[in-house]
Design a protein around this ligand. Structure first.
Ligand code: F6P
Length: 348
């Protein structure tokens, strides 16, 4: 078969491992020709944005972060005749199936193209945020949690030496998975996530209580999408800019500074901020992410050959199974409440 593959949305560690697996099994087991489409959906809206992927091209990329195919947040449904252009280019290139590696936005487009334009897609879930419904884990998440945990470990020693409160801001637009897991692993004294709007007074009380116990430093982990409850001063998201991307998302970031200012003002404790930002998305994937991405890539090329279009590969327990791609249009996967309650035991 002649198969296309693209990576869309925010990059994450493990994308190259997934591409490698698709191409390796496609070429050497099925005898496929695999065409890499560059820059996500943008590469199928324009001509000349493809590259044939052979086994040589893939050599040495398993451990590399980013994506050799590059990525973008292009939304074909926001472009004039976008879906028709995609259909035309798929036909022109003679692609008999497409492997789409993405998060909720990229895979949401894949689902619509499959449903309304009969484009033959198979989805592969990725995102450091781990908020995609239909799969227990997305690859990229484990690496981000490990990076954030290492950062928290390092911040602990400097916070302790200076009797400071350190606020660590991590990614997580609508779900606080990175904050909760890195907070748990790193022993954070408070974890603030979008799922649980926080009361700044209560945060300060918890820090004061801890300091009264003789622990005169604290680590507060906050997800970029964390909010104060409705009706309080400063409620709502803190955004870096009001402009939205092609999928309607504003660029978040900066809640850490707002929080640190308030903590200092209310408690008098010296407070500092570290925003981990894109460090969480860059660089080499963990072994877990390399393996998960590889398993997903292998399952995706198998699914193409089984004619399982309109489906996504997913992790359920320890098994990789297909699910209907429609699942990505459902409510995002927020943090498991039981896990949050475990983290809560260690607050203050
Ligand atoms: O990949 C998901 C994510 O990391 C979010 O947590 C974050 O808000 C967003 O991407 C920012 O990405 P960009 O600046 O590339 O749009």
């Amino acid at each position: 078969m002649k198969i296309g593959i693209l990576t869309g949305g925010g990059d994450c560690p493990g994308l190259n491992a997934a591409i490698r697996a698709v191409v390796r099994k496609g070429v050497s087991v099925y005898g496929d020709q695999v065409i890499g489409i560059l820059e996500g959906w943008r590469g199928l809206l324009r001509k000349g944005m493809t590259e044939e992927l052979n086994i040589d091209r893939l050599s040495g990329i398993l451990h590399m972060g980013g994506t050799i195919l590059k990525s973008s947040r292009t939304n074909p449904f926001k472009e004039k005749n976008g879906p028709q252009k995609i259909q035309e280019n798929v036909d022109r290139l003679g692609l008999e199936g497409l492997v789409i590696v993405g998060g909720e936005d990229t895979l949401g487009v894949a689902y619509r193209l499959f449903q309304d334009y009969q484009v033959k897609v198979v989805g592969v879930p990725k995102t450091i945020d781990n908020d995609l419904p239909g799969t227990d884990y997305t690859f990229g998440f484990d690496t981000a949690v490990n990076i954030a945990t290492e950062a928290i470990d390092r911040l602990h020693t400097t916070a302790e030496s200076h009797n400071r409160v350190i606020v660590v801001e991590v990614m997580g637009r609508h779900a606080g998975w990175i904050a909760v897991e890195a907070g748990l692993a790193g022993g954070a004294d408070m974890v603030l996530i979008p799922e649980h709007p926080f009361d700044i007074g209560e945060v300060c009380d918890a820090i004061r209580k801890r300091h009264k116990r003789g622990r005169d430093f604290s680590i507060v982990v906050v997800a970029e999408g964390a909010k104060m409850p409705e009706g309080t001063e400063g409620e709502g998201y803190i955004a870096q800019e009001r402009e939205v991307d092609a999928f309607g998302h504003i660029r978040l970031g900066g809640i850490g500074h707002v929080l640190a200012r308030e903590i200092k003002k209310r408690t008098g404790f010296q407070t500092r901020v570290t925003i981990l930002g894109y460090l969480q998305r860059g660089g080499t994937p963990t072994a877990f992410d390399r393996i998960l991405a590889t398993r997903f890539g292998i399952a995706a090329i198998d699914l193409i050959h089984q004619g399982g279009f309109g489906q996504m590969v997913s992790l359920r327990g320890n098994r990789v199974v297909p699910v209907d791609l429609e699942v990505v249009t459902k409510r995002i996967k927020t943090v498991d409440e039981d896990l949050y309650h475990i983290a809560e035991v260690f607050f203050g």
